[in-house]
Design a protein around this ligand. Structure first.
Ligand code: GDP
Ligand code: ZN
Length: 313
């Protein structure tokens, strides 16, 4: 039998078949995937083959289909071991807010860089527009331009006023979307507004209930009645910028990627080199300063100093 992993809570995985049946599955003993050091060999979004055991809805996972992509988080900054958050994703949707709470562009760009590394398209939703005063409206206009010029889909929403939720639905339809964002930006409210039967709040309460038992929170996939599914990642604050090296960061900024082949030196880091086409593009207003600053932040993050060697592929 074959199905998609929709939930993983340690040793047990929920696997949904095409027929819509859910099976509780365990991994076959000493199950390993070559080349991946991970605390969880199988993650939400994986397509697995399994055999039924014991009772009718319990199974043993025998195989895993090759992944299109996967997003990981490292257990600790220095750890070589990573945790796979989700696999086989069609797009990453970042829910951000300019106020209550304020999401930094650094956070947005780190997630986009991670998604770019796996060629996963990014969507940015700026929620809570109902709270915007002139200042935020002005900021939003700038950010919409920065990110749409860079090639990302940007949607401004208010869950409270039910504004632009139809656009969110259209973007999610028939895709597997990983939803992320700081706590409090309205992820649950958004999901409940477009799919009321999911009622994500209720689930949060039961999670708190089990706090002592689970120190890690787990991703979970939910089907959408209008087609497609979302992967919710409660408690996951940051994705690991792993699996690629420092000299590949600029390529993960699509608007920088457009210019970097024109740099005088082909090992240009776009920081101080003469004849840098990226810096010229910034001066000409073709690459935004905010994105470039975040590029520099990622480039100079001491994270790279410590872990680069371990993660160079
Ligand atoms: P999550 O932590 O990202 O899942 O955020 P929640 O969905 O729990 O929402 C956090 C708070 O923001 C709740 O009090 C929501 O009612 C509120 N909220 C969500 N969307 C909006 C919005 O568009 N406008 C306003 N004003 N509040 C919102
Ligand atoms: Zn350059």
């Amino acid at each position: 039998m074959e199905g998609t992993v929709i939930k993983s809570t340690g040793s047990w995985l929920s696997v949904l078949t095409e027929k819509g049946e859910t099976f509780h599955c365990k991994l076959k003993g000493n199950f390993r995937i070559k080349g991946i050091k991970s605390t969880n060999p199988v993650a939400v979004g994986d397509i697995v083959g399994f055999e039924l055991i014991d009772s009718e809805n319990t199974g043993l996972i025998q195989s895993i289909l090759p992944r299109n992509n996967y997003i990981i988080r490292k257990s600790t900054k220095l750890s070589k071991v990573s945790h796979i958050i989700a696999a086989n994703i069609d797009q990453v949707c970042i829910i951000a807010t300019l106020i209550q709470p304020r999401t930094s562009t650094g956070f947005i760009d780190r997630i986009l860089v991670t998604a770019e590394a796996y060629h996963i398209p990014g969507v940015i939703i700026f929620n809570k527009t109902d709270l915007h005063k002139d200042k935020q409206t002005e900021q939003l206009n700038k950010l919409e331009k920065i990110y749409s010029d860079a090639g990302y889909t940007v949607i401004a929403t208010s869950v409270k006023k039910a504004e632009n939720l139809d656009r969110v639905k259209a973007i999610l339809k028939n895709k597997k979307t990983l939803i992320t964002g700081h706590s409090g930006v309205g992820k649950s409210a958004m999901v409940n507004a477009i799919e009321p039967r999911l009622n994500l709040k209720t689930r949060e309460i039961s999670y708190t209930h089990n706090k002592g038992m689970h120190t890690t929170t787990f991703a979970e996939m939910f089907g959408l009645s209008f087609g497609g599914s979302i992967i919710d990642t409660p408690g996951i604050k940051e994705f690991g910028l792993t699996d690629f090296s420092r000299d590949e960061i600029a390529e993960r900024f699509p608007e920088m990627r457009k210019y970097m082949h024109q740099c005088r030196f082909n090992n240009c880091t776009h920081v101080h080199e003469p004849g840098c086409a990226v810096i010229t593009a910034i001066e000409n207003g073709n690459v935004s300063l905010s994105r470039y600053e975040n590029y520099l932040n990622i480039l100079t993050d001491d994270y790279w100093e410590k872990t680069e060697k371990d993660f160079r592929l």
